[in-house]
Design a binder for this molecule. Structure first.
Ligand code: AMP
Length: 609
């Protein structure tokens, strides 16, 4: 579908962003220009501010900066750390120690990252004013988008946004995901009217933690206002695909509600009912017939533009692990552009894409130098024991090189390794632009879950213990994130070894009789981290784990294949995750049986339960 876009002036205007569509946007674009024009000076000032305000924290006092706030002293004295290094401090804060351990400002809550440590979500301390910083980054997105897509004030955005469950630490601090914190804040709830940011979803629906009621109401409101919708989005691609799946499953009920002019009794939340009743005022037979006709067709190609014909683009992140969903989104949207607007994390919001309508493969994010103090560890150069790593400043990274992101935040993380690997693609003014390459150590991911190699290994070990009574073991395994169906699920390929003298057929029969392989699937799920289990249990955003048993010798064939393509026999290691289609085809052609997890793994919003 052709999308009307204006040619942005970013290139035609000496690299400057503009012209803005109105004075408010012009002010925001000027802000971006100012921050990026003097990135190095902004960074120097940010570090000075952070070190001045946090000088008396227990953490910084430990490194005896002696009141210094300059980069050289900071780099010489403060170590580069990981989450695990900070865990004792974080645990004390979680347990209720209110002294200035990491931050001079009181820790207002913990943000629960989708990154895990020892199987649990990482807890990121945050302070109240960080909300303003996040808000500031959000406020830059539409002024940039307006440079490329005109008329977005003439309609609405259909955004599927959700809150997740929250919990309290032993010391009474709230712990919840950063977006839950943001949607529940006054910054979001009491946002002033802005014609460029009108959503079809009522705030009450976004804030309902029951995911069915929330999704149902958001979808219904999106259908009721279908001709107003100019952009369709979710935070990540996986979220938008879940919404489409929901439509596939519930179009009949939705159409029925539209025909009757009344909301299903399944939605019980009174504030959602009140909000929806403002839109669903009377029966609309024509719309109901339209929704039912689309659903009944059973052909979902291009469904987004069929139902929301004025959609100009999809607003979803499809960089990083989400790139696996691009073909599916293309199918459902009939090839609408996909805008990846920002790059952010629980630790800190980093930056934005100044060319949001570019192809997903071309996306680069410009880190905003005012958000935190940023350093970059050259990737691929192992740290030497006892030697302080040399980190490069934001303004001094080199085009083409890959770095690991290290941040120092106002909330009290000092020289913290985020774990993201970024490649420098260019500069906007003096601020570098980065392509997101990958998150370190992530082997499998369906949505926000991140499973690393050691977690997969642990899960296989734990499950394969169930084979022991049968004299069998797993000789080799590998995995694949299966995303052709929604929700996606983990597929783990196992090659089994029968006990000496036992036949593969006899083993398979015994295992099938006792349902052992299904129990192995569940045992693997039980052993995976809490983000995985939450996605399975609370969100339903990951389907049951599948084990595909392959015939004996398959992994040797895999090695032969790799060697035929130039791998060295000496160095060959079984890849623990496969994405390369020919190898997947080879594996699938050797599958002798498929098994799915028969139940949900245990999960509780309270860690360690
Ligand atoms: P979380 O800790 O759950 O807030 O997740 C933050 C992580 O999500 C980041 O460190 C990245 O690894 C990933 N992420 C966030 N934004 C993007 C993006 N635009 N593209 C790719 N990955 C992203």
């Amino acid at each position: 579908m052709a999308v009307e876009t204006v040619v942005p002036a970013a290139s035609a205007n000496g690299g400057k962003l503009g012209p803005a569509v109105n004075e408010k946007d012009a002010e925001k674009l000027r802000f971006i220009e100012e921050m990026t024009a003097d990135a190095d000076a902004v960074q120097e000032k940010v570090l000075e501010e952070i070190l001045t305000r946090n000088a008396e924290t227990e953490y910084l006092r430990r490194y005896e900066l002696g009141g210094a706030t300059d980069r050289a002293t900071f780099k010489a004295k403060v170590p580069v750390v990981t989450y695990e290094d900070l865990q004792p401090e974080i645990q004390r804060i979680a347990n209720g120690d209110r002294s200035a351990i990491l931050s001079a400002h009181p820790i207002s809550e913990f943000l629960t990252s989708s990154g895990t440590s020892a199987g649990e979500r990482k807890l990121m301390p945050t302070i109240k004013e960080e909300l303003d910083r996040r808000q500031l980054l959000y406020s830059l997105l539409m002024p940039v988008m307006n440079l490329y897509v005109p008329g977005l004030d003439k309609g609405k955005g259909l955004y599927f946004l959700f809150v997740k469950s929250e919990t309290k630490t032993p010391g009474g601090l709230t712990a919840r995901p950063v977006l839950t914190s943001y949607y529940k804040s006054d910054h979001f709830k009491s946002r002033p009217y802005d014609p460029y940011n009108v959503y079809t979803s009522p705030t009450a629906a976004i804030l309902c933690s029951d995911s069915f009621q929330s999704m149902y109401a958001q979808m219904l409101c999106g259908l009721l206002q279908r001709l107003d919708v100019l952009r369709v989005g979710a935070v990540f691609a996986s979220g938008l695909l879940r919404a489409i799946r929901f439509l596939q499953l519930h179009w009949q009920e939705l159409s029925h509600d539209i025909a009757s002019g009344s909301l299903t009794a399944k939605v019980t939340d009174p504030s959602i009912r009140a909000a929806v009743s403002e839109l669903l005022v009377e029966p609309d037979q024509e719309l109901a017939r339209f929704v039912a006709a689309e659903g009944r067709k059973g052909d979902w190609a291009g469904i987004i533009t069929r139902i929301w014909p004025n959609t100009k683009y999809l607003d979803v992140i499809v960089t990083g692990t989400m790139a696996q969903y691009i073909p599916t989104l293309e199918y459902y949207s009939g090839g609408l552009p996909m805008a990846c607007t920002m790059y952010a994390s629980s630790e800190c919001y980093f930056g934005l894409n100044l060319k949001p309508m570019c192809d997903p493969s071309e996306v680069s994010y410009t880190i905003m130098p005012n958000m935190a103090y940023f350093e970059f560890l050259l990737h691929g150069h192992p740290l030497q024991q006892g030697k302080a790593p040399k980190l490069v400043d934001l303004a001094h990274v080199e085009v083409g090189k890959e770095y690991e992101l290290v941040i120092t935040t106002y909330a009290g993380l000092n020289r913290y390794r985020v774990g993201d690997i970024l490649r420098v693609t260019g500069f906007h003014n003096a601020a570098p632009q980065f392509r997101f390459i990958r998150r370190k150590n992530v082997l499998l991911s369906i949505e926000s879950d991140k499973t690393d190699e050691s977690e997969l290994q642990k899960a296989v070990e734990s499950a394969s213990a169930l084979l022991r009574p049968y004299g069998a073991s797993v000789v080799e395994y590998t995995s694949h994130a299966y995303t052709k169906s929604i929700p996606g699920h983990y597929v783990v390929y196992w090659e089994l070894l029968a006990k000496v003298g036992g036949s593969a057929e006899a083993l398979a029969a015994a295992l099938a009789r006792d349902g052992v392989m299904e129990r192995c699937c569940l045992a693997m799920e039980e052993a995976l981290n809490s983000v995985y289990r939450q996605s399975r249990v609370a969100d339903g955003s990951i389907g049951p784990l599948e084990i595909r048993v392959v015939t004996g010798g398959t992994f040797e064939e895999l090695m032969d294949y790799a060697i035929s393509r130039g791998a060295s026999i000496n160095q060959y290691k079984v890849p623990r995750c496969i994405t390369f289609p020919p190898i997947l085809e080879l594996l699938d052609s050797r599958v002798v049986s498929e098994h799915f997890s028969p139940a949900l793994p245990r999960w509780s919003p309270h860690p360690k339960n």
